[in-house]
Design a protein around this ligand. Structure first.
Ligand code: GDP
Ligand code: IMO
Ligand code: MG
Length: 434
C-alpha cells in the first residue's frame, strides 16, 4: 500500500505543482482534496508551461487517473476553461478525470459577496484571490451550499438556486452592493455546464477506496499551505479550507489508516501572497533579490509575493500539525548568489523567548525573528540532479534545516523542470516513494 499526502508547509506556492507532477509517475491516482481555483500550480515540461488550478497534477501523465475530491469548491466555468485549454494542448482530460458528486459549486454571487467583504469599511481585508472561495465555503458550512450532485438534478438545482440567490440579493441590497447579476442567465449557464461535467462526476470516495482495496496507489495533493489552513494557519489571514494533512482524509473520504506517508513541500526560503503576519519577511534589497531570482509573482493573480528567510519555528509548527515524514526543499538554486543566508532559529518578544506559535495575529506580529547566518555557497546549483554534486556549503545549509526542524530534507529541487530534482540517498523519502 502506498498512499502519500503532498502538501505545502508554509504559505503556499512552495512548488507543489512541480513536485506532484514529478511524483505522480509512481502513483496510479492523484487526488486533490481542498481549495478551488485560488490555487495556481505551475508545471514545466520542457518549454511548455502549465498552470493547474482545479485539476490535479497527475493529469499531465498519460495513463494516470485524476480525482477532484469532495473537499473542493468548483467554479464550473473555471474548470471547463481549464479542461479546454489542457485538451487543446493534447492532454486527454475528460478520460482521466473524476469529479466528486459531493464537491461544492461556486457561483458568481460568491465572488460578489467576497468583493463586499474585502472592500467594506471596518472589515479586515485578507487580500484574497477574489475567486469567491471563502463565501462558497461559508455556504457549505452553513448547510445551504449547492453540490455537484444537486447541479446535475435540474429540479433540485433550480429550487436551491432560487432560494440561495434570494438570500444573496437580500444581503446585497441591505449592504448597498451595486453589482447587478443576471441570475437567470447564470442559472442557464450552469445548467449547460452541468451537462458537460456530468460524464466525469462520480462518488469519488467510493472510487478511491475501491482503488486502494485493489492495490492501487494514491497521491493526495494539497493546495495552499499549512499556514493558510482555516484551523491552524494565521487566522483570519488564511484560506477557507483544510490545507493541512487532515484535510486529505475529510476532503476525499479516505481514512487516516490508509495513509502511508506525509511529505511537506517547503521553499529554501519563504514567501506569502496577500495580507497577514510574516515574521521573517525581508523588506530590504535581499527580499527583492529573492523575488527577482525566484520569479516570485503569483501564478493566479500576478501579485508580487512577499519574500523572506526560512523560518524554523514555523516549520516545526507545521511539521507537528502535519506529522511530516520528509521535506522537499524547493528553489535551492534561488539562494545561489547570496554571501550569507539568514535562517530564523527562534522567536522572542522583548527578552522573552517564544517557543509556541501564538494563536492571534497580534501575537504573531509581536514576534521578533532571531537569525543565525549561514555562509552562502556562491556557485550555481541550478538543475543539479545528485546529492553529491551539491556544494559543501549547500549541503551544510540543508543539514542545518534538517537538524533544526527535526525533519529530513529527503528531496531537493534545483529548478522548475521535472528532472531538476535530487533525491537524498538512503532517505525516508526514498523508501516512502518506492
Ligand atoms: P505551487 O502553488 O506550490 O504549485 O507553486 P507555484 O507554481 O505557485 O510557484 C512555484 C514556482 O516556482 C513556479 O513558477 C515553479 O515553476 C517554480 N519552481 C518550482 N521548483 C523550483 C526550483 O527548484 N527552482 C526554481 N528556480 N523554480 C522552481
Ligand atoms: P497554491 O495552491 C498562495 C492566499 C491569498 C490570501 C488568502 C485567502 O498555489 O499554493 P482565498 O482566495 O483563498 O480566500 O485567499 O490565501 N492564497 C494563496 N497564497 N498560494 C495559494 O495557492 C493561495 N491560495 C490562496 O493570497 O492571502
Ligand atoms: Mg501557487
Amino acid at each position: 500500500m502506498r498512499n502519500v499526502i503532498v502538501l505545502g508547509s508554509q504559505w503556499g506556492d512552495e512548488g507543489k505543482g512541480k513536485m506532484v507532477d514529478l511524483f505522480s509517475e509512481r502513483f496510479d491516482i492523484v487526488a486533490r482534496y481542498q481549495g478551488g481555483h485560488n490555487a495556481g500550480h505551475t508545471v514545466f515540461i520542457g518549454e511548455k508551461k502549465f498552470v493547474l488550478k482545479l485539476i490535479p497534477g497527475g493529469i499531465l501523465r498519460p495513463g494516470k487517473q485524476a480525482v477532484i475530491g469532495n473537499g473542493l469548491v468548483i467554479d464550473p466555468a473555471a474548470l471547463l476553461t481549464e479542461i479546454d485549454s489542457l485538451e487543446a494542448a493534447g492532454i486527454p482530460v475528460a478520460k482521466a478525470l473524476s469529479i466528486s458528486n459531493r464537491a461544492h459549486v461556486l457561483l458568481p454571487a460568491h465572488r460578489m459577496m467576497e468583493k463586499m467583504s474585502e472592500g467594506r469599511a471596518g472589515r479586515v481585508s485578507i487580500g484574497t484571490t477574489s475567486r469567491g472561495i471563502g463565501p462558497c465555503y461559508e455556504d457549505k458550512i452553513a448547510r445551504r451550499g449547492i453540490r455537484i450532485a444537486d447541479l446535475l438534478d435540474r429540479d433540485s438545482f433550480r429550487a436551491q438556486y432560487a432560494t440561495l440567490m434570494e438570500e444573496k440579493t437580500t444581503i446585497a441590497t441591505a449592504l448597498g452592493i451595486a453589482e447587478e447579476l443576471d441570475y437567470n442567465r447564470i442559472r442557464d449557464d450552469y445548467e449547460r455546464f452541468a451537462e458537460r461535467v456530468r460524464p466525469m462526476v462520480r462518488d469519488t470516495a467510493l472510487l478511491l477506496n475501491q482503488a486502494i482495496a485493489d492495490g492501487k496507489s494514491v497521491l493526495f495533493e494539497g493546495a495552499q499551505g499549512t499556514m493558510l489552513d482555516i484551523d491552524h494557519g494565521t487566522y483570519p489571514f488564511v484560506t477557507s479550507s483544510s490545507a493541512s494533512a487532515g484535510g486529505a482524509c475529510t476532503g476525499t473520504g479516505v481514512a487516516p489508516t490508509r495513509i502511508t506517508g506525509i511529505i511537506g513541500v517547503s521553499k529554501a526560503y519563504i514567501t506569502r501572497v496577500g495580507a497577514g503576519p510574516f515574521p521573517t519577511e525581508s523588506l530590504d534589497g535581499a527580499g527583492e533579490q529573492i523575488r527577482q531570482r525566484g520569479k516570485e509573482f503569483g501564478a493566479v493573480t500576478g501579485r508580487p509575493r512577499r519574500c523572506g528567510w526560512f523560518d524554523v519555528p514555523l516549520l516545526r509548527y507545521s511539521a507537528a500539525i502535519n506529522g511530516f515524514d520528509s521535506l522537499v526543499i524547493t528553489k535551492l538554486d534561488v539562494l545561489d548568489e547570496f554571501d550569507n543566508i539568514p535562517v530564523c532559529v527562534r522567536y522572542r518578544i522583548g527578552q522573552q523567548e517564544v517557543t509556541d506559535m501564538p494563536p492571534t495575529v497580534a501575537g504573531i506580529a509581536q514576534l521578533e525573528a532571531v537569525y543565525e547566518c549561514l555562509p552562502g555557497w556562491k556557485q550555481s546549483t541550478f538543475g543539479m540532479t545528485s546529492y553529491e554534486q551539491l556544494p559543501a556549503k549547500a549541503k551544510d545549509y540543508l543539514a542545518f534545516l534538517e537538524s533544526r526542524t527535526g525533519v529530513e530534507a529527503g528531496c531537493i529541487s534545483t529548478g522548475p523542470e521535472r528532472n531538476q530534482t535530487i533525491v537524498k540517498p538512503g532517505s525516508r523519502f526514498q523508501s516512502l516513494m518506492s
